[in-house]
Structure formats: structure tokens, C-alpha cells
Design a protein around this ligand. Sequence first.
Ligand SMILES: [Zn+2]
Length: 363
Amino acid sequence: MGYCFKHILFYRYGRCPKCLESEVRALPDAAKYQLIGRENALLANPWKLNQDQFGVCGLATPVYLIMRSAKDKARQLFEATFADIIPDFANTKFLTSNYGPQSVKFRYLARGYRLQQRSWEKKQDKRLKQEMKRYEPQLRQVYTTKQELREGRDELRRDIKEQLGQWHGELLVDYCMSRALGYIMKNTAPSRYTGEKINFNSEFSTTQNYREVTRMGHLALRTNNATFVLSELLGAKDVHIAKQKVEASVPLAPPVSGVTETQFETVARLHNLFQTHASGRGSFAMAAIYAGLVNEGSMLIKKSQGDAKFPRLSYNHWVNIEKFDLTTNNVELLIWTWAKFWRVRVDKNVFLSYIQDVIFGHF
Ligand SMILES: [Zn+2]
């Protein structure tokens, strides 16, 4: 238990939530014109959406989809997400399809964001110190005077900092809009949300404690809960789940009413489902894949490296499959995730070990 003297309150974890909120509000990237600039950039080029350091692929993908195919909804979600910090949008609510208008508390989003950002900064500081220490003997060999040594260290520090990279502050909008959907889920379907947190998110923690995961802004979703977001919050139509049989290591989330399901056992059947459900305008195919499918550099994947032996949901990553083609030997995909389109070709004999479920629908 911590106590904040400035805000006169006790808090349970990390730092005072009001302090965290005011720190995020003070960030240059939280300025009104920056936020709106990013929103416009995303509306113009939805593929630029980037979940960055956050494990929110099951929420970022739906945000990408509305940015792409339901721009009015995307605008409304943006305004509701930043209603607490952009005065023009004060009291704006997001109109969910099944639960009426819902507001979003910026403090709730800011907390996880800031904790993650600080933890990243601390890690960077640690790596900087390690690197400086590593090169210190060499610096001492090269430079003889104190003045030279000091300048040498400054130069090295700049180089290392550049290599370590920067926090992508401009992605504050991407994160907040994605996580806002999680917040709305918490308020509209509390038992679904709590079940997700406790049953599933602990899979991503080394200590089996879901709090370590969710407090840092992450929120992983299982198929039925991702479907809930698409269908009951965002109003996607004709939602259909294609699923592969799996021995799940965690219980599945409750099904969503009105959503139909098919099980597929072959690549040809899955290809067929894509032709039926993902060909029209505004249609989507949000897929749970094993993240190895889009490893940078591995454009051609011959073998699954044994992923088929790990049918654990915890290896999942949500993406949108823009195109699914089947050739004589391969599956050819165009995938959207992490602010990019990825062309992926996979031997069709091992393809099923890279994919779990696909949620089809359209806006
Ligand atoms: Zn405080």
C-alpha cells in the first residue's frame, strides 16, 4: 500500500493514479493538436495503427478495422477516449451496439500507459549504464586527459541512446483507443472482463499473477471475448467464428449470442470459409495466429518449427488477414499487424500450425 501526500490518497500498486494521470496529461504527445493530428493520420492511413509495447492486439485489431471500415465509429471512439482531456469532447460517450452510450475514464488508461512507459525508461537507463561500463576501459585507453575522457563519454552516451531508440509517444492515441475498448468491456460485461483478466492474462506472467500483466496496460483476449468487442460493442455484422480444434490450456470465454461457428480441419476448408465470409466490402478476418507467422525477415516459412505441438492460447497474436490465397503448394497471405502489411507464404502442409481461430464479419 502506498500513500500520495499530494493527492491525499492510498493506492495499492505502483504509484498514485492521479499523479500518473497528470504526468501523462503533461506529455507533449498528449497535447490536443498532437492527439487530433494522430487521429487524422490514422483515419487517412489506418494501417499505421501500432500497438507498440502493449499486449493489446485483440483490441488494436478492432480499432484498425473501424478506422478502415467504420470511420464514424472510429471518430466517436477517439472523442470518447479523450473526452477527459480535450475540452471540445467533454462528456462524449461511445455508442456501443448492445449497451448504449459508454464513457471512458482517461485516468484508467493513463495509469497502465505511464507505468509501462516508466518501466521502459528504467530498462533503458539500466542498459545505458551497462553499456557505458562495458566501454569505460576502452575510453580510458583512448583518451588521456580528463577533458577528453568526459567528451568521449558524452559522445558514447549519445550513440548508445540512439541505438536504444526512443519511446514512441505519438502512439499514445493508438494505445488509448485500443485500451478504451477494454475499459468499455469492463463496464458493460464485468464478469466477462474479470474472467478474461484472471483466467487468461496470468498466462503471460512469469509468476502466474494477472495483475503484473494488466496493470502495465496489457489485456489479452480469447476468441469469444474478441468477438464480443467486435459484435456487441462495435456492431460488426454477420459475425462468424471459424475455429480449429484445440486442447485449450485455459477455459474458453463464454460464447457471444447470435455468433455462428464452424470448425475447420483442413486448409482447403479454411480457404472456403474465407471465400464465403471475407470477400465483401468492409469485411474482415481477424485471426488468432502464432506470432511466428509474421516474424520480420521470414517471408517464406517452410516448417512450423513445432508450433503445432504448442496449441496453447498464450502464443496467440491477433491480426487481420486481408487476403488469403491457396496455390498448389502454399498459402499466400496478406496480413495486417503492427503498423504494417506483411506478405507471407507458408507451406500449406504446415499452415494449420500457425493459425487458431478466425473471426469473420463486416462493418
Ligand atoms: Zn498523487
